[in-house]
Design a protein around this ligand. Structure first.
Ligand SMILES: C[S@@+](CC[C@H](N)C(=O)[O-])C[C@H]1O[C@@H](n2cnc3c(N)ncnc32)[C@H](O)[C@@H]1O
Length: 455
């Protein structure tokens, strides 16, 4: 480890708290829990159960590789058909791109391969788990925007955040959900605090951000959504920072719901494009930010306000987010909105314009310490209490029974009408209802099988 890195880690480790029991860490260890938190390639893994988090990310990485292999295989099959010249050029670019992408991911994630994982049931015992929706490639477009083509988008983000900060200085900054870290890098160079921590739970983003900020070039292939030309179906990018970040910028792998820091560790906390993607809504995150900040510290929120929770009460508008901030001990000082391009890759016909909201709020009250986040209920973790008969489970059970029966009727000889007669004989539904249900179900199956390969 370089001298620069160890100096900076000393500054950071004095702020660390165990994500399991909240006791201060000694070095990278919690004596009370007898856990050593691994540091790979300069990035600490500060999940409540780091071994289980490593295993989970190793699994998600293998899942991503399997998908890349499947995509590559289907491109190879398609290349055997009659194709126009440009389609052949696009598929050739994709086939090569998938092969490169696989090798690049293997290289970037190599530290993860060498690390020791542990069984996932310890995750359960601690009631933690990685959010189910996050895959290793969930935010790979952000990596290319951050470190290749997104100069104007990156500048706009920095300018919105510095505008609401309005000259506020900071000595210890925490970026939650920092992704590949461009805003963390730009703010670190602009505000020049002693320490900026870029925290995320995705190791691909953290490893790329970390290496790029050290001044390295990382190669990664991008697959634009709507390539301008056939050859732009896959583009090998060179990811690079304008200059090395210098001292004091540290990437950390951890979960926002179990932040591994002592209360009052930071004077500025930033949530860029985070609150509306957190499973469980914004309130638990704000409660944690309240504790991470010193009295009078600043919280800046930046990004879209596009909550998509299954719970309608959690799909907040900007006004509701403002009320929540007040409840969570914050006084909003500045707010602004701007219509900004978002993920407008120059090699793609696809891009978005977003109404981006940026606000700055001061901590005016310290809330009660939030309870430990419990990602799963007891009836899953201990397995000793009754599994509740939720209405969604009952609906699912009924449709699974009907679908299983339909599948058992498919024998390569029966027609849709024959099957509807069988369903009526079993008193599942009338023949007419059965025909309608079968048509809907079989259409879905046909789509899922891929129309071109189904007869
Ligand atoms: C919409 S992306 C924004 C990333 C980055 N701030 C940017 O603007 O490019 C949301 C980020 O939050 C991270 N994230 C989601 N849930 C998280 C959690 N529970 N703890 C830490 N990071 C989380 C994701 O990995 C992802 O990098």
């Amino acid at each position: 480890m370089s001298e620069m890195m160890s100096e900076m880690m000393t500054e950071q480790t004095s702020l660390l708290a165990c994500p399991r029991c909240d006791q201060p860490l000694e070095g990278w260890q919690c004596r009370a829990c007898q856990v050593a938190f691994p540091v790979h390639d300069g990035i600490p893994w500060l999940f409540a159960d780091p071994g289980a988090a490593i295993t989970e990310w190793q699994n998600r990485w293998q899942h991503a590789l399997a998908r890349i292999d499947a995509d590559r295989q289907s491109v190879r099959s398609a290349l055997k058909g009659q194709l126009s010249a440009p389609t052949r050029r696009r598929l050739d670019a994709l086939a090569q791109g998938y092969a490169e992408h696989r090798a690049q991911l293997d290289a970037i994630l190599a530290p993860l391969k060498l690390s020791q994982g542990s069984r996932l049931d310890t995750h359960l015992a601690l009631r933690t788990r990685l959010p189910g929706t996050q895959g290793i490639l969930s935010y790979d477009a952000n990596v290319h925007r951050d470190w290749c083509w997104g100069e104007s988008e990156n500048e706009a983000a920095l300018s919105e955040v510095t505008a609401v900060l309005n000259g506020t200085s900071a000595s210890r900054v925490l970026i939650l959900g920092a992704g590949a870290g461009r805003l963390a890098y730009d703010l670190h160079r602009t505000l020049q605090p002693a320490l900026t921590v870029a925290m995320d739970l995705n190791p691909l983003l953290a490893y790329v951000g970390h290496r790029v900020c050290l001044g390295e070039v990382v190669e990664l292939t991008e697959f634009p959504l709507a390539p301008l030309t056939p050859e732009q179906g896959a583009i090998k990018r060179r990811l690079q920072a304008p200059e090395p970040a210098g001292t004091g910028l540290q990437f950390v792998l951890a979960d926002v719901m179990r932040p591994p820091f002592q209360p009052g560790s930071f004077d500025l906390v930033i949530t860029p494009w985070l609150l509306d993607v957190i499973e469980g809504g914004a309130a638990p995150v704000l409660a944690r930010i309240n504790h991470l900040l010193i009295d009078g510290g600043t919280w800046v929120n930046h990004g879209s306000v596009a909550f998509q929770s299954p719970d309608p009460a959690l799909r907040l508008t900007l006004e509701e987010l403002g009320c929540l901030a007040t409840e969570m001990g914050f006084q909003t000082t500045t707010g602004r909105e701007a219509s900004l391009p978002y993920m407008n890759c120059p090699d793609s016909r696809h891009g978005r314009i977003e109404t981006v909201s940026t606000s700055s709020a001061r901590k005016v009250e310290t809330l009660q310490k939030p309870e430990k986040h419990r990602a799963l209920p007891d009836w899953i973790v201990t397995g000793k209490c009754p599994v509740p008969a939720l209405s969604s489970f009952q609906n699912q059970a009924m449709s699974t029974r009907i679908h299983a029966f339909i599948m058992s009727l498919i024998d390569g000889r029966r027609s849709l009408k024959d099957m509807a007669r069988e369903m009526e004989a079993q008193q599942l539904m009338t023949r007419q209802e059965g025909e309608e249900a079968l048509r809907g179900f079989l259409t879905k199956m046909y789509d899922e099988a891929g129309r071109s390969s189904a007869l």
